[in-house]
Design a protein around this ligand. Sequence first.
Ligand SMILES: Nc1nc2c(ncn2[C@@H]2O[C@H](COP(=O)(O)OP(=O)(O)OP(=O)(O)O)[C@@H](O)[C@H]2O)c(=O)[nH]1
Ligand SMILES: [Mg+2]
Length: 647
Amino acid sequence: MHFQQQLKAYGQWKSRLVEAIDKYHAWLEKYDLATTEVVEAILGMRRSLESERITIAFVAEFSRGKTELINALFFSETGVRLLPSTPGRTTMCPTEIFYDPQGSYLRLLAIESRLDKASLSEYRDLPERWLQIELDPSSPLQMQEAFQELVAVKRVSLEEAKRLGLYHEDMNRGLDVPPESVEIPCWRHALISFPHPLLKEGLVILDTPGLNALGSEPELTLSMLPSAQAVLFVLAADTGVTKSDMEMWQNHVCGLDGKSQRHLVVVMNKIDALWDDIQSEASIERSIQAQVKETARILGIQEGLIFPLSAKQALLAKVKGDVKLSEKSRLARLEEYLARDMLESRREFIRRLITQGIGQLVTESHQVVTSEAEQLRRQLDELRSLDTKNQGMVAQLMEETREQQSQYLQNVDSFQASRRVFAMQAKRMLDVLSPKRVDQIIKNHTRSMEASFTTYGMKQAMKAVFDDMSAVLHEGVKVVEDAQVLIGSIYQKFAKGYGELKPPVFSIRDYQVALEDLFNQGEAFRTSMSSTLMEQHLVIQKLYATVLAKVRKLLHQVHHETANWSAVALSPLVHQIKEHKKLIEQRLAVLRKVSQSREALEAEIEKLEQALAPLLMQQQELKQIKSLIEDRETMAAPVHESVAAVS
Ligand SMILES: Nc1nc2c(ncn2[C@@H]2O[C@H](COP(=O)(O)OP(=O)(O)OP(=O)(O)O)[C@@H](O)[C@H]2O)c(=O)[nH]1
Ligand SMILES: [Mg+2]
C-alpha cells in the first residue's frame, strides 16, 4: 500500500530534520555559541516536529459511508470490517484513532460530560474520567467487538435531551406533538489507540457521526476539523447532493477550504449503485462523470477534487484479494491523492517552516564564521606584506588603529543610549500586549456572558470581547511599528561599515486578520445553529468558550512572538560591535609585537594561520547541517513505481 510507504518516507524525512537540528545544537554547544534564546527556539522546533501528526477527518451526513471508507482505506488487512458500519445511523460519537505508546485502548467519554465546564481538550488529559476498554491488537475480532460501543444509544426523556443540548427538531419528524422520550448517544467522544503501522507513523483518523455532531460540539467543528490536514466530505452516488448534505457543506465544511496547508476533497461514494449488468461500461462511466460534473457545479469545487468510488466494494476486494474488483472500486485514485498531494504539500509546508526557523539560524552562523575567517585572512595579508624594517609604516598603522579605537568608544556610548531607548519602547510594546491585560478583559466579559440568560445578551458580550481585543491588537500593531522604525534607525546609524547587516523583520498585522477570522467562524457557527437546534443555550456557551480559548491563545502568541523579537532584535548588531572591538584590540596587540622583530612577526603569522584552520572546519560542518535541512529529495518516486506495478 503506497500511502503507507509514503507516510513512512515522510516520517524518515522528519527524523533526518530532527537529526540536523540536534547536530546544529551540538555544534553551538561545541563552540560555546549556544545562547538561551537560540537553544529555546531550537528545542521548540524540535518538539513541534516530533509531535507533528497528520490528521485526516471524515465528515458527512449519516450513512454516506464515512466509516466504511475508513475501513477500506486503512484497516482492510485486518480481514474484517473493523469499525461498525451499518445502514442508517451508525457511528454515534466523534471517534479519533491514533497510536499512543502508552497502550491499546478504546476510551469513551460519557455524554453527560457535556454539562461540565471542562472542554474536550481538557478531558483528554484526564484519562480517569473516561471509560476504558482494553484492546487486543492481535485479535481483530476482539477489537471489532469492542468498537460496537461506538454505536451505543440510550433513551432519555425529552427534558433530559434538552438539558444536554441534544434535542433536534427532526426528532419529532412525522409527529404532531414532540415525543416523550428520544434516543441520544451514550458517548460524547471516543479515543482509540492501537499499534497499527500507519498510526505509528503519526496518522490520526477522525471519524464523525452524521448525526448533527458538527452542530452540537463546537470544539469539534471550530478546533478539531480546522486543524486536520485533510478533510474528506463524503456523498453517496445513490442519493446525490441532498438538502441536508448541502446544509452541512455550507455551514461547516466548505469554509475549511482556502488554506493551502489543508486539503478538502469530496468523495462520491457508493458508485456500485450505478453498476448495472445491462448497461455498458461506457454508459456507466458516462453517468459517473455526469454526476461528478453536477456535484462540482453544486458544491462549487473543481471536478478533480471529487473522487467517485465504492468504499464497500473496495473493502470487499481487499479482504478477498480480488484485483479486478479493487480496480473497479476506484479507491486507488484517492489513496494516491492522499499519499502524494497531501503528504507532499505537508512536507513542503514543514520544510518552509524549518528553513525559515532553523535554516535561518544556521545561515547566520555560517555568515558569522565566514566573516571571521575573512577578517583573519585580511589580517594575514596585512602581516605578510609588513616590512619590519620600515618602522614608519608600522607606526602609521598603529596610529590609524588607535584612531579607530577612539571612534569606536564614542560610538559604543551612543549605541548604549539607543539601546536604552529601545528597551523602553519594548516595555511599552509588551505592556500593551500583556497576557495579564488580555486575561483580565476576557475574565470581565466571561462574567457578563455567564450572567446573561438570553442568546442576545451572550452575543453582545462576545462582540464586546472581540471589540476590546481588536483594540488591543490595533494598539499593538502601532507600538510594534514604532519599534520597527526605531530599530531601523539604530541599524542605519551603527551598522555602517559592517557590511549588509539588516534588522530582523517583524510584524503582527497578520494576527488582526486571524482575529477577524475567529470572530467570523464563531458567528457562522452560531447562525447555522438557530435552524437546527431548539435548545441552544448550552451549545452557545460551549461555542463561546471554544472561541474565547482560541482568542486568548492567539493574543498570548502575539505577546510571545513580540517578546522573542524584542529580545533578539538588536543582537546581530551587538554581536558585530563586540567583534569589531575584539578586532581592533587584536590588531593593536599584533602591531605592538611585530614592531619588535622579524621573528615576532613570523610567530604572529603562524598563530593566525592556526586560528584560521578551525574556522574553515566550522564552515564545513555548518555546510553539512545546511544540506541536511535543505534535503529536497521528493517522495513522489514510490507512487509511480507502485502505479507501474499495478498496471
Ligand atoms: N452500496 C454501497 N453501500 C455502501 C458503500 N459504502 C458504505 N455503504 C453502506 O452504507 C451504509 C452506511 O455506511 P457507514 O459507513 O456506516 O456510513 P457513515 O457515513 O459512517 O454513517 P454514520 O456513522 O451514521 O454517520 C452501510 O450499510 C454501508 O454498508 C458503498 O460503497 N456502496
Ligand atoms: Mg460511521
